[in-house]
Design a protein around this ligand. Structure first.
Ligand code: GTP
Ligand code: MG
Length: 208
C-alpha cells in the first residue's frame, strides 16, 4: 500500500457525535504520551510537516481526530480515515477531562459501523499498565478486531529486546502475531503496520 495524500478531516469532542464522513476507519488508541501522533505521522510519511500534533505537553489531544488518507492498493485508490483517539492515563489531566474521556471513546468504539479495527499502542519500555489492560479487555469484549503495537522500540537495548519484550508479550495475553514493534524515530515497523492496515482494508472491500 502506498500513501498518496493525507489531510485533516475533522474532530469530535462530544460523545455520540458523528465522524466527519462515512469512510472506513482504523483507530489508534493508547496511554497519553505513548507515541500515537508520532506513529501516525511516521506511518503517513509526514516526518517534516506533521498532520497529527506531537505534544510537548502530554494529554493535550482531548478530541477524536480524523485524518483522511488516499492510498494506492492493488492498483486502485482507496480512501479511509486514520483516527487519533485521545490518550488516557495521564495524571496531570484534570478529573473533568478524564470523566469526559470514557463516554467519548467508548461510544465511538462501540457505535461506529465503519470502524474496521483498532491499533492499540503500548510503550515498549514499560509494558502494559493497568489501564492498558482494561483497554485490551474492553476491545476484546466489544469484539473490535485489534492489533497491538509496542512503541519507541529504538529506546530498548539488545538485552531488553531479547529478554523483556517476550515477557511483555506474555503479559499482554494476545497472540504474538498480533504484535508489531515500532519506532517513529527509525521507521522500524512501518511497512509491517502498513501491510496490516492494507489487509484490513482489503478484507473490508472484499466484504462490500
Ligand atoms: P497524547 O496526544 O498527549 O496522548 O500523546 P501521543 O500518544 O500522541 O504521543 P506523541 O506522539 O505526542 O509523543 C510523545 C513523546 O514521545 C514526544 O516527545 C515524542 O517525540 C516521543 N516519541 C514518540 N514516538 C517515539 C519513538 O518511536 N521513539 C522515541 N525515541 N521517541 C518517541
Ligand atoms: Mg497525540
Amino acid at each position: 500500500m502506498v500513501i498518496k495524500s493525507v489531510s485533516f478531516a475533522g474532530a469530535i469532542a462530544k460523545p455520540g457525535a458523528a465522524p466527519p464522513g462515512r469512510l472506513p476507519q482504523v483507530a489508534f488508541s493508547g496511554r497519553s504520551n505513548v507515541g500515537k501522533s508520532s506513529l501516525i505521522n511516521r506511518l503517513l510519511g509526514r516526518t517534516r510537516t506533521h498532520v497529527a500534533r506531537v505534544s510537548a505537553t502530554p494529554g493535550k489531544t482531548q478530541e477524536i481526530n480524523f485524518f483522511e488518507v488516499c492510498a494506492g492498493l492493488n492498483g486502485r485508490d482507496t480512501r479511509f480515515y486514520l483516527v487519533d483517539l485521545p490518550g488516557y492515563g495521564y495524571a496531570r489531566v484534570s478529573k473533568e477531562a478524564r470523566r469526559r474521556w470514557k463516554p467519548l471513546i467508548e461510544r465511538y468504539l462501540s457505535g461506529t459501523g465503519e470502524l474496521l479495527g483498532v491499533v492499540q499502542l503500548i510503550d515498549a519500555r514499560h509494558g502494559p499498565t493497568a489501564e492498558d489492560r482494561r483497554m485490551i479487555e474492553f476491545l476484546a469484549q466489544a469484539a473490535v478486531p485489534s492489533l497491538f503495537v509496542l512503541t519507541k522500540v529504538d529506546k530498548l537495548g539488545a538485552r531488553d529486546r531479547q529478554v523483556r519484550l517476550p515477557e511483555m508479550v506474555d503479559r499482554m495475553g494476545v497472540d504474538a502475531d498480533q504484535i508489531v514493534l515500532f519506532s517513529a524515530k527509525t521507521g522500524e515497523g512501518r511497512e509491517e503496520l502498513l501491510d496490516s492496515l492494507a489487509a484490513l482494508l482489503e478484507e473490508h472491500e472484499g466484504a462490500t
